[in-house]
Write a protein that binds this ligand. Structure first.
Ligand code: SAH
Length: 349
């Protein structure tokens, strides 16, 4: 107990931990860790919760990630893609609902070439919103063009920083290229979002602690951590582990201690396996929620994992519902665009 408290004191003061110390926190019951992460969250990023309106605009994907329901070999998915003007229309709707950030996410769908993406981004930017892209691996030139078209942020999770595990989970993909993407994005001046999956088969506590150190090394501005949820149409369908929620929450909380100014979402996957998952996460270090703004027709088909929440609700409903929940835990929806705060200019947006 003493040693646990010593580690937590050190983390709150220096925002630096050794791998062995992280492992010790991951092996604890998490109670004290969550409390400290909540305090650090309040001190560094305050009580405002940033909402990001999520637009999952294509579920077509050329990759074969072992855990993901949208992997190309899964023939049971009804595939869809929104046309660029439909994406722009939904983004306008999101801006009208009051979202200050819109996140465009998709499978790796080459229909959306760099010209189409630049068109979409530049049109959406007319709404006075921040734009986040989450469309997978692209070349540096493509990232550059999309940044110049106005994209502010880019999300690409490393998924796991354990090279061997990465290889097993991602046939035909390369760990080094994933890292290259993150470095390019950083150098091009995007806010960088990364993160990991928690509970992949063969993933150890040591490997997860390496993930947290990786987030720091790469200079992440945002970190999304989610429990792995087995999808029945993937090779990992029988790998359910009920401990994934607590472990994901611990990873998230330690990330808050190490990267105190970062934007950290209470992920949808957390709510999928725990009915109050997002509120628990908001009280254990998180300060962001990403509600989906599409209509059910598309939400139902973007099945990365089964059991996703609010699938039958319209975007408008999700906006009101989440605000009420946030208020119920004594927090409020932030009104600004929610760029990452920095020490020197913590009030600037
Ligand atoms: N194609 C984009 C977007 C991926 S979808 C990209 O490569 O970045 C967003 C995230 O969903 C993934 O990064 C992954 O971490 C998560 N995800 C995929 N399958 C999952 C599953 N079975 N359980 C939980 N999260 C999953």
């Amino acid at each position: 107990m003493t040693s646990l408290n010593n580690i937590l004191d050190k983390a709150c003061k220096t925002h630096d931990l050794e791998k062995e110390e992280i492992v010790e926190l991951l092996n604890s019951d998490g109670k004290e860790l969550y409390k400290r992460a909540d305090e650090v969250r309040k001190e560094y990023v305050g009580d405002g919760v940033h909402l990001r309106g999520l637009i999952e605009f294509s579920n077509i994907c050329k990759q074969q990630c072992k855990y993901c329901g949208l992997r190309s070999p899964n023939n049971d998915v009804k595939r869809y893609r929104l046309e660029p003007d439909e994406v722009i229309k939904y983004a306008k709707k999101g801006a009208d609902l009051g979202y200050k950030t819109l996140v465009l996410q998709s499978g790796e769908d080459s229909y959306f070439d760099v010209d189409k993406m630049c068109y979409i981004v530049s049109e959406i930017k007319k709404n006075d919103v921040a734009v986040t892209l989450s469309i997978g691996e692209r070349t540096r030139e493509e990232y550059k063009a999309m940044r110049e078209a106005g994209a502010d942020r880019y999300l690409i999770r490393i998924e796991t920083s354990d090279k061997d595990l990465y290889k097993k989970m991602h046939p035909n993909m390369s760990y080094d290229n994933r890292v290259r993407c993150l470095k390019d994005i950083k150098e091009l001046g995007y806010e960088v979002g990364t993160g990991c999956l928690v509970g992949l088969p063969g993933q150890s506590v040591e490997s997860l602690s390496g993930d947290i150190l990786f987030f720091k090394d790469i200079g992440a501005d945002m970190v999304g951590v989610g429990p792995f949820i087995p999808h029945p149409k993937t090779p990992l369908k029988s790998e359910l582990n009920p401990k994934n929620f607590d472990m994901a929450l611990k990873i998230m909380a330690i990330t808050r201690l190490i990267l105190p100014y970062d934007n950290i979402p209470a992920t949808t996957a957390m709510e999928t396996i725990n009915p109050n998952g997002r509120m628990i996460a908001l009280q254990s270090g998180a300060n962001v929620v990403m509600p989906n703004i599409l209509d059910s027709e598309y939400k139902l088909k973007y099945e990365i994992y089964p059991g996703k929440i609010c699938l039958n609700d319209r975007g408008e409903k999700c906006r009101g519902c989440i605000e009420a929940k946030i208020n119920s835990i004594g927090r409020y929806v932030a009104k600004d665009k929610g760029f990452r705060k920095h020490k020197a200019n913590s009030d600037k947006d």
